[in-house]
Design a protein around this ligand. Structure first.
Ligand code: 6GU
Length: 225
């Protein structure tokens, strides 16, 4: 799967995604991440990419031309249009189901806005999906784009060594995950729950499911119908 990230801060995205599991997935060729600087496509002689909002108001708005030309440079290079996600607090809230759906695409463009947003006319031309990562406001779409890349990439086959580890995890069955323990058996006066040492897999599964339900009731009752 290939991610094209359109941003004014490509190094932020590159630096944030070159580590750990995602960095290894890139090295192994399972995913590809190309951060493209929108400023490289402005035709303004001072490399300007934003201007004052028509109608007045605070802040600056990113202009249509550089954003459009950045997206079209990809379309021309690959020879076809690619789904384009605009990261915005006004979008649909990102969740595990959406991550799974995006992980089945071959290519996606993630468009990161900054300042007070992007000229609506170019959004109408190129954007296919509007996505938010939650009900709070960030200074730009870069962190949300990185979050999407992480959540999507780990569902691409081969990225996690244990392909089964995503089917049991939080949200995939509308339950939060059960607690985990590792050695030592006793730490700080606290013992690992006895059942986990029993070797009885049916009992362990039953206990874990109970714990998942208890956690979900306590922390995320909205997930239980
Ligand atoms: Cl996608 N962008 C910005 N700027 N703020 C956000 C967001 C996105 N999602 C939640 N807050």
């Amino acid at each position: 799967m290939k991610f094209y990230i359109l941003t004014l801060f490509p190094e932020m995205v590159e630096d944030g995604l070159n580590t750990s599991i995602i960095g290894r997935a890139v090295e192994n060729g399972l995913i590809e991440i190309e951060a493209i600087n929108i400023r490289d496509y402005t035709i303004d002689k001072h490399k300007k990419v934003d201007d004052y909002p028509y109608g007045g108001g605070a802040g600056m708005v990113m202009q249509a031309q550089p954003v459009y030309d950045t997206y079209m440079s990809i379309v021309e290079r690959v020879g076809h249009k690619i789904p384009c996600v605009y990261l915005t607090p006004q979008g649909k809230t990102f969740n595990q189901k959406m991550a799974k759906e995006y992980s089945e695409l071959d290519e996606v463009v993630l468009l990161c806005g900054h300042y007070e947003g992007i000229d609506e006319r170019v959004l109408e031309e190129i954007v296919t999906d509007y996505v938010s990562i939650g009900d709070y406001v960030l200074t730009g779409g870069e962190l949300p784009a990185m979050i999407m890349v992480d959540a999507i990439s780990r569902l691409v086959p081969g990225v996690l060594h244990n392909d089964d580890s995503t089917s049991q995890e939080s949200f995939s069955n509308n339950l939060l995950e059960y607690p985990q323990y590792t050695r030592p058996e006793e730490w700080n006066g606290k013992k690992v729950p006895e059942i986990l040492l029993s070797g009885n897999h049916a009992k362990v599964d039953e206990w874990r499911h109970e714990q998942s339900v208890l956690r979900t009731k306590a922390n995320r009752p909205d997930l239980l119908n």
